[in-house]
Design a protein. Sequence first.
Length: 403
Amino acid sequence: MKTKISKFGEDFLKLALRIDKHNKGYVDFYIGPEYIYQIVANEPIISPKILLYKCKTLIEQLGTQGFETNRENYLVKTITAMKTWVEILLGFEMPFKDLILGLHDTLLQPINDSVIYKMKEEFDSANDGPETLETRMKDLRMRRTITGKKVLPLFKNALRIVKDKTYELFIDLLPEEERITIDLVEHKESEVKWSYSEKYIGNFSSIIAINPKYNMYWTSFLASSAHEGYPGHHTEFVLKDLFLYNRSSQFEHSVLLLNSPKLIISEGIAEIAINVLFDYREQAEIGLSEFCLNKIKEDSLEKIIKQTSVRRKVGFILYNLGYYALVKKWSQTKLFRYANAFEIYSKEDVKNQLQLLNDPVLSTTTFSYYLGSKLIMDKYGEFPSVKNFKKLLINPILPSDLI
């Protein structure tokens, strides 16, 4: 179906693409009209000063477009996010918390370190043993790493399992033509590394990129396939494409801006996706039966269940690391010492995270996983119902809507 775009919609999409020419990667995906993309691609880079004027103009024009209240509110928060980013391009100085509020429609507060140390105690208990936690975690990573040609078939199996369960729970929701392609990649040493990433390319299709040489653990396949695929990123973007862009001509859902309120919700959906499909016992049982290649050397089922339930909390460390780096301006040495004090992440992972925090586009996204999942769990619980999760998948939701 060819979606009709208004003049206001064209200006909105041009603005997003023009900002991306200043910071490549600002637009995570674009599936809007090709002619708009080509116009921006073939024009010279437009100065941030002019882009700021265009942001303000769009906000002024918004009230005359005849949009219903919820959509108008969604658009004003999204345009405000673009305006905030352009102000950063212009060198405006603002408190970092104000920056996050402008970009992501949410308040930024550190997690009390006592909460993180309590999490460490839970993690220590779930991975008990006579050695230091750092030694145990290093052993666990080595024991559970999947290498080489074994990665792809195991991930495909995980994707099949979460897809089947998603289709079982969300009956007749996804279009028949939806599909995922898997691409194996390898990051350069100088690049920020990801184990998995999803790229929505339109026409109800996504590409999931896997780096088989970075943090491939049998315990991660199920949750990662749910995060990137079903009912996480791919599912959300397909459904918002179908219901909001294709059927309702809501042009704002033909683009994903990394520094926007939408990212918080999308990462929250993806983080909690596996819990919509399976409880912790089921996750552990499926992992052991489908992905573990050496059960003799593995922990007991009960222990793995305990590990699974606490694993989602380890992101607290990375969230606070981002807070101390970007708000408190800690030195790299102090940040490295802080993260390593918990003994959970490898030194390579900590260095990779610090490298991410130095990236102008990616740095603020480090907060999205925790903030998004916390908002959803505070609203709908640790295991959201299918009904409530469906609302998140198909409706335009702002972080402030969940408070």
